[in-house]
Design a binder for this molecule. Structure first.
Ligand code: ADP
Ligand code: MG
Length: 722
């Protein structure tokens, strides 16, 4: 008998690569294994044998792979993969054109299911470009014949076989058999259900123990679905509890009550040189209303690239500084503005100088490469370099009101006199651990505004940012030329390049985005067909764009290297930047007017939208060309949305609808599992999880009545800090 907390190594004969693979899947303990959720189920009841399958019809067959090879077709030199699959009735041939990697996704001896149209080629039954999936074990297709044929013991009562997420080194079948073993031991009956009974019954969710049985060995699909729903709910519920608890903790400290003078602000915003959009005005008003309460604001401002978040930040920062809190006779309150990169910090510093000129408000820039202060004594319209020590001194005594910089701003070494407002730009999550550092010596905590251009669906925002109030900037400033997006035909490559050349000749710059960094990783055969950054840069440099200055940017580069390349692109020392999607968040290079995206079907729509946002900053007409390697209807339909959708939020909702939550950009860093992401498609479930979490915490901030929940949250917290 095993304990739920035992390591999976205790199963015995678990090889190190297997253990490593399990770890990658997040399976460390026996309980983790029991809670490991299948990707899908194979319906063995529908299995036919190759012998009896109708030719010309779409069928699903089960069998074992016997032979595999990749080669180039004799005439057309198209790369292809071939395999022979054997089932109880005989052999069929599988052929993949242009997708040789398919043959590398399995090994001889693997059990698979294949779906496709069966045809006769010569004397051989053949399936062209079938979909294929590795499965745990083969369904019984001929009264037990296949079982003996494959020397495998099949569970005669099982009809739906789980398929678990793949990881190199561990098979789905291994996981299936171990899960069944734990269930046979009755481990599931000893686990305490963390979801309170009243919540389970309110939403008709199965208990943990039945849900675990249904998860791995369902007799009916509706049971498997009920189990999945339960685990999806559980995950979102835990996140909601965690986020809401963090919010209550943040709100437990007092903040500054700021009641700004409206007339002063109206005068200040004249500096912008443009009227605020309605959406910007509403956002400013909402934030100022938050300021007027004594409790700290926790708010997320979500708006497409170019929607004008900086003006909202500047207006509210101004209000903070230009207001003396009632009853306080010291100088001004202070604002910290944090950016993910030095370049962004520098750009914001420059924008702020334009906005704050003439106000007498002192602004500093603090980055690893140096510090600056505005205004300079000699030049009231400009800035001057200052030493870090000097800056720290002026921040500590409150003379400098606004400090703009990277995350280093919240390090221990930077002490503020009266930090009242923290603005965070383009950061996916500013964790609660980091937030705790904002607590000031006097026990107060600043108001917090997080800003993001990452368009995510509402359900996801409600979950990820469950501790924040949400404000959308969903209107673009008027008068800007909308970007022209074109789905580029493969055969019209030359025309597209000709246009890029024209733009370069006019003194503009271009981005070329590729889905991959390097030559395809042999472990990830799917990448074979993808254009990679390095190869593509080399190709463009030596052929189409000879003589142009071309450089590369990708995620494997060190932050300093990336910054350096971006700086040179910004300074127009580079004409064409060939990059992966790392340029997504970041820098404003107004002189770049064209973006060419290769393999665009590989990106989520919201991600494509963000990428094209890189070229809509300037006054010049901007263009986005989308190349796709796949020409399926689905690809075409998705990409068409890039031309028609109004904003990034619409695209992110479409992503969710068309491809599922797993396709949303940045999924990994969000720390939500695939099953949790299923819940993200269901607004009712997300709202229910949120409501129940808030209800529980409203009556019991410390979760004293829910020790199990409290433990789980503490474990999660430790995990986040690892
Ligand atoms: P983002 O939301 O991506 O941070 P920015 O704040 O950088 O957007 O604004 C993008 C550009 O739009 C800037 O050049 C800014 O000056 C301009 N802008 C912002 N608000 C308005 C407005 N209401 N009308 C006209 N232009 C605006
Ligand atoms: Mg911005």
């Amino acid at each position: 008998m095993f304990n739920p907390s035992d390591s999976v190594a205790k199963f015995g004969r678990v090889a190190p690569p297997q253990l490593a693979a399990l770890k990658r899947l997040g399976v460390n303990t026996m309980e983790d294994l029991l809670r490991h959720v299948p990707t899908r189920y194979v319906d063995a009841g529908k299995a036919t044998v190759a012998d009896m399958a109708d030719l010309g019809e779409r069928v699903t067959l089960y069998g074992r792979i016997e032979k595999l090879e990749t080669k180039k077709s004799f005439q057309s030199k198209i790369p292809m993969g071939e395999a022979v699959m054997r089932d109880s009735s005989g052999r069929i041939k599988l052929v993949w054109f242009n997708q040789p990697y398919m043959a590398k996704m399995v090994a001889a001896g693997d059990s698979v299911s294949v779906s496709g149209v069966l045809q006769m080629r010569g004397n051989t039954r053949t399936m062209n470009n079938p979909e294929m999936e590795k499965i745990a074990s083969l369904p019984d297709t001929s009264d037990g014949m296949s079982a003996s044929l494959f020397g495998e013991t099949l569970d005669p009562s099982a009809r739906f076989y789980p398929v678990y997420p793949e990881s190199r080194g561990i098979t789905s079948s291994w996981i299936y058999h171990k899960a069944k073993r734990l269930l046979a031991e009755g481990m599931h009956e000893h686990l305490v259900d963390p979801i309170p009974e009243e919540v389970l019954s309110k939403y008709n969710l199965p208990h943990l123990s039945s849900a675990l049985v249904w998860l791995h060995t369902p007799r009916e699909m509706k049971h498997a679905e009920a189990a999945r729903k339960r685990f999806a709910f559980e995950e979102i519920f835990m996140i909601q509890l965690e986020r809401w608890k963090a919010r209550l903790e943040y709100e437990a400290s007092p903040s500054w009550r700021i009641v700004p003078e409206k007339a002063k602000l109206a005068k200040f915003t004249k500096n912008f040189g443009f009227p605020l959009t309605g959406a910007q005005e509403d956002a400013v008003k909402t934030i100022l209303d938050d300021f007027a309460a004594a409790r700290p604001m926790l708010r997320l401002l979500e708006g497409d690239v170019g929607s004008g978040k900086t003006a909202v930040a500047a207006s509210t920062a101004y209000s903070t500084i230009a207001t003396r809190p009632p009853g306080q006779d010291f100088g001004t309150l202070q604002v910290a503005y944090m950016c993910p990169t030095e370049i962004l910090a520098t750009q914001h510093f420059e924008s702020f100088i334009k906005y704050f000129v003439g106000t007498g408000i002192q602004i500093a820039l603090m980055t690893g490469s140096g510090c600056r202060k505005f205004p300079s004594k000699v030049n009231p319209d400009g800035w001057t370099d200052i030493s870090r020590n000097q800056l720290l001194k002026w921040v500590a005594n409150g003379e400098i009101a606004i400090v703009i910089g990277t995350h280093a701003l919240i390090s221990k070494t930077v002490e503020f006199e009266h930090l009242a407002y923290v603005i965070i730009d383009e950061q996916h999550r500013f964790g609660t651990g980091q937030r705790a550092k904002l607590l000031q010596k006097d026990g107060r905590i600043p108001h917090l505004l997080s800003m993001t251009a990452t368009p995510i669906p509402r359900t996801l925002a409600l979950t990820l940012y469950g501790d924040l109030d949400l404000t959308l900037l969903d209107v673009m400033p008027s008068g800007r030329k909308p970007i022209i997006t074109k789905i580029a035909d493969k055969n019209k490559r030359d025309e597209v390049y000709a246009h890029v050349k024209e733009e370069l000749a006019a003194g503009r710059q271009a981005y070329v985005i590729c889905p991959r960094i390097n030559e395809p990783d042999p472990d990830k055969e799917q990448t074979v067909a993808m254009r990679s950054v390095k190869e593509e840069a080399e190709r463009l440099r030596t052929t189409v764009f000879k003589g142009k200055r071309i450089d590369i940017l990708h995620s494997k580069m060190k932050p300093a290297e990336k910054d350096e390349v971006m700086m040179r692109f910004y300074a127009h020392e580079i004409d064409i930047l060939v990059a992966t999607s790392v340029v997504e968040v970041g820098v404003n290079v107004p002189n770049a007017t064209v973006i060419l995206i290769e393999g665009s079907e590989r990106f989520g729509l919201a991600q494509l939208h963000q990428l094209r946002g890189r070229v809509i900053r300037g006054n010049h007409q901007a263009y986005c060309y989308l190349f796709a390697e796949s020409q399926t209807e689905k690809t075409k339909e998705r990409l068409k949305a890039m031309v028609t959708a109004k904003n990034g939020f619409e695209l992110s909702e479409l992503d969710l609808e068309l491809r599922g939550a797993g396709e949303l950009a940045g999924t990994k860093q969000w720390g939500i599992s695939d099953i949790g992401m299923e819940a993200i498609r269901n607004i009712k479930m997300v709202e229910a999880a949120r409501k129940e979490a808030q209800l529980i915490l409203a009556g019991d901030h410390g979760l004293d009545g829910y020790p199990l929940l409290r433990n789980i949250l503490e474990e999660r917290k430790k995990h986040h800090h690892e």
